[in-house]
Design a protein around this ligand. Structure first.
Ligand code: SF4
Ligand code: SF4
Length: 174
């Protein structure tokens, strides 16, 4: 998602990242009055009521190859959203190279979480990352020492990822 469609810099950042579309940062994005739920359903976007509001679910099915296949017609929330890295680069407060390094680190932390989910047998790649993690901690739990060790690792990996996202990506004033 980006609010600066003409910015080559924004395009480079978002195509290297995709976290606000692929279920790493969000479970969903709020449907806005300008959005036609029916029109977006025809494009593959599912909407569901959650936390008191209607949301398009993530991971977004329009996110393909780290690009938005409906970019010109994307929902309103996608048009206005900018994470802290994108906002910082757009305002000239963060060098693009520094933002790309943050993205690389976020991807490394995310890969660590995904690797542990794979080891623990969770293959639900169409669900948000936090939902997948919650599922792994829902009883009945595999009592084997190996599974316990992986769950402990996953807990730490999720904490590291969440802290990193909170400090570097999530908007301070959503
Ligand atoms: S999280 Fe930021 S850099 Fe990543 S795709 Fe979204 S707006 Fe772009
Ligand atoms: S519609 Fe496009 S910009 Fe919006 S979440 Fe989906 S892939 Fe991302």
């Amino acid at each position: 998602m980006t609010e600066s469609p003409d910015s080559e810099s924004a395009a480079r950042l978002c195509s290297a990242c995709g976290m606000c579309c692929n279920g790493v940062l969000f479970h969903g994005m709020a449907v806005q009055p300008e959005d036609s739920v029916r029109a977006f359903a025809a494009k593959g976007l599912k909407a569901k009521r959650r936390d008191g509001e209607l949301q398009f679910l993530q991971p977004c099915p329009a996110h393909e190859g780290n690009c938005c296949r409906i970019y010109a017609d994307r929902p309103q929330r996608c048009r206005v959203f900018a994470c802290r890295q994108l906002e910082g680069v757009s305002l000239g407060k963060i060098p693009e190279s520094a933002a790309l390094e943050k993205i690389q680190e976020a991807r490394r932390l995310t890969d660590r979480v995904r690797d542990l989910l794979d080891k623990l047998g969770d293959s639900r790649t169409t669900r948000p990352l936090a939902t997948r993690c919650a599922g792994v901690f829902t009883p009945p739990l595999d009592p084997s020492p190996q599974a316990k060790s992986w769950r402990d690792e996953l807990r730490l990996a999720m904490t590291d990822l969440e802290e990193f996202l909170a400090n570097n990506f999530r908007p301070q004033h959503p």
